[in-house]
Design a protein around this ligand. Structure first.
Ligand code: PHE
Ligand code: FE
Length: 345
């Protein structure tokens, strides 16, 4: 996903954005993170509050910039419509681009057994043959028939409200460019591989698909309640880094894990990270890591549980969580609370 940058609240000093969504792809990443491929984190970016009034398609929008401001945004925002979507321009991918996609796909596919959840494994082939970068239109046709979702191209990170608005319409924004060969193992911001391979297969699952739309609707509301940073934690710890308990053991369903060369296995089977049961208030109090593998993962039992737990109006939840944080503080990543059960591997 994109578009969220953990910046702002969890990032160690990323000057970033005070905004909850926007990827925090800090250039100063630790080695531990160097092999994780692109985990798409999304957080808020500098939102373009003064963006131009509605204009014609394809006259471009102001680029979304990264928190630290020492890198130009990578995508071509001049091609974007006012909702930040853009044409994929499939014929502009080079042979090297298609080859990068195929190599990433093959590497990741072979890691899935025993680490990815069944819902993901059974849907990943719906992305199509990996020889070519998928065409968004073709993929959207299939996806729309299955769950009413579509994938739409975007030049890169987009402001959170635009992001939420697309999700609310069952449109998943996918970055249209792919990393360079030298970035094979690590790219600082989400590219097409993270967005497609990580996120799209589960959009074929009806329950998860509904959860993602509800998240978008909830995001638009959270923007008005100034609660995006609490809601961003939910995205981070479920959509990006969520684990699910199955009869066969823990499995990953988060896109940041599923598209990562290193963190997928780490999240499911490494000794070290703490794995606790998904609990909404607890999760919203929990800080997260943006510069290394997660120190805490939240575990659900199934997607229906996730949907049901997040269905109630969050207005009182935000109040309650803020109150608790005033009294007891935030919970640091890697901490297990007294009385809290850990999932052992
Ligand atoms: N129920 C949430 C609210 O009222 C919306 C939401 C649903 C948010 C699912 C996240 C995920 O804000
Ligand atoms: Fe992502």
């Amino acid at each position: 996903m994109r578009r969220f940058s953990a910046l702002g609240f969890d990032s160690a000093g990323a000057a970033a954005a005070a905004l909850p969504f926007g990827v925090n792809f800090s250039p100063r990443l630790t080695q531990a993170r160097q092999d994780e491929g692109n985990r798409g984190v999304h957080m808020m970016q500098e939102t373009d509050k003064t963006s131009p009034p509605a204009r014609e398609v394809n006259q471009g929008v102001a680029p979304v910039t990264y928190g630290q401001g020492d890198r130009p945004p990578r995508g071509d925002y001049a091609r974007a419509r006012t909702d930040y979507t853009c044409e994929q321009q499939h014929d502009r991918y080079s042979l090297a681009d298609h080859d990068t996609y195929r190599r990433l796909y093959v590497r990741q596919l072979q890691q899935l057994p025993g680490l990815a959840c069944d819902e993901f494994i059974s849907a990943v082939h719906l992305l199509g043959e990996p020889q070519q970068i998928p065409r968004f239109e073709e993929l959207s046709d299939k996806l729309h028939k299955a769950t009413g979702w579509q994938v739409v191209g975007v030049p890169g990170l987009i402001p959170e409200e635009a992001f939420f608005g697309l999700l609310a319409q069952r449109k998943f924004p996918v970055t249209d460019w792919i990393r360079e060969p030298r970035e094979f193992d690590y790219v600082v911001e989400p590219d097409i591989f993270h967005d497609l391979f990580g996120h799209v297969p589960l959009l074929f699952n009806p329950t998860f698909a509904d959860y993602m739309q509800a998240y978008g609707v909830g995001g638009l509301k959270a923007s008005k309640l100034d609660a995006c940073e609490l809601l961003a934690r939910l995205y981070w710890y479920t959509v990006e880094f969520g684990l699910i308990q199955t009869p066969q053991g823990l499995r990953a369903y988060g896109a940041g894990l599923l598209s990562s060369a290193g963190e997928l296995r780490h999240s499911v089977s490494a000794v070290g990270p703490r794995r606790v049961a998904f609990e909404l208030d607890r999760l919203m109090r929990s800080r997260y890591r943006i510069d290394t593998f997660q120190a805490t993962y939240f575990v659900i039992h199934n997607f229906q549980q996730l949907f049901d737990a997040t269905e109630p109006d969050f207005t009182p939840v935000y109040l309650r969580v803020r109150e608790t944080m005033k009294l007891s503080g935030e919970i640091e990543a890697g901490t297990v609370l007294a009385g809290e059960q850990e999932f052992l591997i």
